[in-house]
Write a protein that binds this ligand. Structure first.
Ligand SMILES: [Ca+2]
Length: 195
């Protein structure tokens, strides 16, 4: 009996005196969860590339989702891609000159047209020559901005803005006569915006 008591006492002593396993001190574990990240975030130390983008008017884009009229297009790059609100879809004409007409929602006062390509740097710099014409009846057009060459560069958002004197118009036509890109023989526009 004494022996049993002694053994029990020794065992109790060993159990209570057992040190924490080396390297694993007793600690309270606190689980920290990172907030859910649903969008890519740019660290503050990186410059915002959009700071150098060509500014666009802050007024309503009158061309958004409006129907368009154009000639032949290359491959799958149909004209309606130019007003669908997405810069990853684009219109590409088959050859030059290339005309694309945006039908506005009635007669509107317009004073600028923006032509945007995909802003990705995969789209190498190119120059397109563009004229802007306007019409009140869809048949007779007058020139709002004469043909001029515009440089597209990813560093400035791959977009250009063509301002002109305010005019009433129901139809806005762009005439492209040059694209220096070596990858196409036609005009290109991911989005045509009218302000
Ligand atoms: Ca588009």
């Amino acid at each position: 009996m004494k022996l049993l008591l002694c053994l029990a006492a020794v065992l109790a002593l060993l159990l209570t005196a057992a040190p924490a396993e080396e390297g694993y001190p007793e600690t309270v574990v606190t689980v920290v969860r990172a907030p859910e990240q649903t969008q890519a975030e740019r660290p503050a130390c990186f410059p915002d590339p959009s700071e150098h983008f060509v500014p666009l008017p802050e007024t309503e884009n009158l061309a958004l989702s409006r129907p368009v009229i154009a000639g032949m297009h290359n491959d799958v790059y149909v004209a309606k891609n130019a007003t669908d609100g997405k810069t990853d879809t684009y219109w590409e004409s088959k050859g030059f000159p290339a005309e694309i007409t945006i039908v506005l929602d009635g007669s509107r006062t317009v004073s600028a047209v923006a032509v945007c390509l995909n802003p990705s740097a995969i789209w190498e710099p190119r120059t397109q020559e563009i004229a802007v014409l306007v019409s009140a009846d869809g048949e007779s057009f007058t020139e709002a901005a004469a043909a001029a060459k515009y440089d597209f560069n990813a560093e400035t958002g791959n977009r250009v803005c063509i301002p002109f004197a305010p005019v009433e118009a129901g139809w806005v036509k762009l005439v492209f006569t040059l694209n220096t890109s070596s990858r196409t023989g036609g005009a290109q526009a991911a989005e045509i915006c009218i302000y």
